[in-house]
Ligand binder design. Sequence first.
Ligand code: B1M
Length: 213
Amino acid sequence: MSILEEISTLLQQGRAPKVKALVETALQQGYSAQDILENGLISGMNVIGEKFKNNQVYVPEVLIAARAMNAGITLLKPHLVSDGVKAKGIAVIGTVKGDLHDIGKNLVKMMLEGKGITVIDLGVDVSAETFYNAAMEHHAQLVCCSALLTTTMLEMKRVVDLFSVNYAREKVKIMVGGAPVTQSFCDSIGADCYTPDAASAADAALSFCTSAS
Ligand code: B1M
């Protein structure tokens, strides 16, 4: 079994200290942080997701796996984020109302910070009003909404609509993402940008910030 497969298996078992130790070893062996993230941590979490769907594991096991994932991500953070970059823009980020999934949102936050964008993290279960008020208060150029549930992704339309009725659509770009979100959904609600993963979200965010300045 390769070390990345081992990380994936240990994550599925929720063994946070072991995951942490193996992530450290993989880094020492020269695996890139991106490789460890995608082929170790995320791949393990996808197995848990399938089992969760088929009622083979339940919320406690998923939470323990999520804790192991976060332990690994914490170690990868300095490698995914390049240090010493000057602030290039301001983004507010959150998981939409009714939705408590935050691992993907935290990855997007980390990648944006890595591009030198200041990120105001509103956490999870964030209403359209909270996104709007935070964007106005912090003079953000970007609003980043994450959703993991087919039910809660609809909340993203409320966010776009709220900026529209307040004539604030010109001031901010609204980015959307999360497993059930697609380009066609993004287009249908009038958001500015959909990206399938955190790294491409950061690239898109940076290009919005540089074109605005
Ligand atoms: Co939940 N859950 N969950 N869950 N959970 C899913 C999402 C699900 C697909 C599992 C399944 O059935 N296979 C399913 C959703 C079905 C659907 O709607 N289509 C589901 C369900 C049903 C539920 C509950 C309703 C279960 C219940 O209670 N009956 C419940 C809902 C709670 C709520 O939110 N109100 C629930 C609860 C939970 C836990 C609390 C136990 C836990 C969350 C812990 C936490 O986040 N702190 C949990 C987890 C961990 C999952 C799975 C297993 C993993 C999610 C994850 O973190 N993935 C998930 C199954 C799966 O996805 N395989 C599942 C890893 C993460 C890195 O990926 O967040 O997709 P992701 O982020 C990606 C991209 O999507 C993208 O970047 C990241 C990668 O680079 N991205 C963006 C994300 N946001 C972006 C924003 C952007 C751009 C890109 O721009 C702004």
